[in-house]
Structures are given as C-alpha cells and as structure tokens.
Design a protein around this ligand. Structure first.
Ligand code: AMP
Ligand code: MN
Ligand code: MN
Ligand code: MN
Length: 276
C-alpha cells in the first residue's frame, strides 16, 4: 500500500492548489492519500473530490502547530471531520497571530538589512490567514540571500537565527483533543526534526499517549534514513502505530516527492490499517 499521509497545498505553505497536489500524488503511485495543510482544513473538500475522481482513497488531514516545552511540535490529525466546529474553532485560534508574527519577522529581518520582507513574502501567499516562514524563505531565495529554502532556515529563519520570532501555538492537550473531537487519529509529525533531549522525547511520547495520541511518523521526507530506524524503534517501544508521508510542499523543494518513500518496516502497524 503506497500511503502518503502528509503534504501541503497553497491553502497553507505549499505552492500547488489541492487538486494539483492530488494529481501529483496519483502520478507518484499513491493509493491512500491525505492532504495535511498547516492549521487549516479549507482544502479538504477539493482534495477529497479530486482524489476520488482519480481513484485514490482519501482521508481528511491537518497538521496542527503546537508549543510543547517552549518548542514547536507538529501534530498531524488524520481521518478528521473537517466540518467539526471544535476543530475549526481551534484551528482558527491557532492561525490567529500569524500576521503579527510575520510583521515582527519582517522587522527583525529589516534590522539585518533585508527590507520589505513582509510584502515580499505575501506575494507567495494564497491564503492570507496562513503566512508562514516558508513564504518568507521563498522571498529570501528570490532575492538571492540564500540558495534554497532550507538554506534560508539555516541562516535566517531557524530557531535562534536573526529572523526567528518565537511564537506560542496550540497546546498539545488542545491539539489532540480537537483531533479527537473531529473523530480523527493524532500522529506526531517528523519527530526527528525536534531538538529534544532523550528525556524530553520520552516525556513527549508518554504525554501524547496518555492524551490518546496513537501514532508517530516513521518514514517521512523530513527524516534521514537512519531516523527511519530510530523512530521505528520508538514506535515499538511505546506501542505507537506508524505513519508515512512525504511532507511535500512544492516541486523541487525539499527531499521527497509524493509517494516516493521507502515502505514502513514490516513489523510495525501502519496507522492506515484503520482505513483499509
Ligand atoms: P511556520 O509554521 O511559519 O513556523 O513555518 C514552518 C514551516 O517552515 C514548516 O512547515 C516547513 O514547511 C518549513 N520549515 C521549517 N524548517 C525548515 C527547514 N529546516 N528547511 C526547510 N523548510 C523548513
Ligand atoms: Mn510547511
Ligand atoms: Mn511539520
Ligand atoms: Mn508538514
């Protein structure tokens, strides 16, 4: 089963509209697909109808921004009801504040000699409610400040860099509760990206399980191959189901295309067994 359960459209910080992401997923051999835009479900109806027209199975998805232990963690919700008002109200509150943060980022970059970054980033935004660091990164690449978006994060927008502005997102408790209220399954996105100590990781995984979280991403475009093995071991140790997703944002951006990932280790329980 080629399942790709994590990717983005221009409803958040991807470049393509949901229907075009669906076509790319199908071209990549995806059989079960979820679009998981950041903090927004406005693309779900289009994604589902295009996926089904193309003969893919579809589950609705979202990727919620969370602050845990003063750091950002992403929680994916799968098989959610995108019309659930508990979820949509929570996402609305989570998106709120992105505009003020973007202005603060723009001010910080201006002090560093990079002018008009807010206006520049906005040219890459389709959903004005959802301006993200990715949009700033595309503008900085355009202006020649960095060679790639990941280079921008290394130099300007990653934690502790000149354009980084700390932000308070949803709590872990709330994010899991909203996903559950919407009938969905909560999944820890790309754990290998977080800079936690082993003790902090164990605390995060334990709290997530206690809250009713079910799965972690093991095979993701955000993990290097040694991290596939590392988080497979975490899934075994904590009894998590395992998920797989490219975290595709745009053609040529990032490591992975839709559907083009190794399979999960065969002893793990795929989170998608729930939908087969
Ligand atoms: P934001 O929600 O505005 O903080 O932006 C987070 C987004 O930035 C993530 O969803 C990724 O798309 C992107 N991002 C974060 N870190 C990196 C990185 N090191 N390289 C490339 N993109 C990144
Ligand atoms: Mn993103
Ligand atoms: Mn993420
Ligand atoms: Mn993502």
């Amino acid at each position: 089963m080629n399942a790709d359960l994590h990717c983005h459209s221009n409803v958040s910080d991807g470049l393509l509209p949901p229907r075009e992401v669906a076509r790319r997923a199908q071209a990549g051999g995806v059989m079960l697909w979820a679009l998981t835009d950041h903090d927004e479900v406005a693309g779900q109806a289009e994604a589902r109808s295009e996926a089904e027209a193309l003969g893919m199975r579809y589950v609705c998805g979202v990727e919620i921004s969370v602050t845990w232990a003063s750091r950002t963690v992403h929680i994916v919700g799968l098989d959610i009801d995108p019309l659930c008002s508990v979820l949509t109200a929570g996402l609305y509150a989570t998106r709120n504040g992105r505009a003020a943060r973007a202005q603060a980022m723009s001010d910080a970059l201006a002090e560093f000699g990079i002018e008009d970054a807010y206006a520049g980033a906005l040219r890459y935004v389709s959903n004005p409610d959802l301006i993200s660091r990715t949009h700033f990164a595309r503008f900085l690449v355009e202006k020649g400040y960095a060679a790639s978006t990941s280079d921008v994060f290394e130099r300007y927008l990653g934690e502790g860099k000149p354009g980084y502005v700390p932000h308070r997102w949803a709590t872990l408790e709330n994010a899991v509760a909203w996903i559950q209220a919407a009938g969905g399954v909560a999944v820890i996105a790309h754990p290998g990206r977080y800079k936690f100590t082993p003790l902090e990781f164990d605390t995060l995984f334990g709290q997530f399980l206690d809250l009713g979280g079910k799965a972690i991403e093991v095979v993701t475009g955000s993990h290097a191959p040694d991290q596939f093995r590392e988080y497979a071991e975490v899934a075994r140790r904590f009894g998590f189901e395992a998920s797989r997703g490219s975290d595709f944002h745009a053609p040529g951006e990032g490591r992975t295309e839709l559907g083009m990932l190794p399979p999960l280790p065969s002893d793990l329980t795929p989170v998608w067994q729930r939908w087969l």
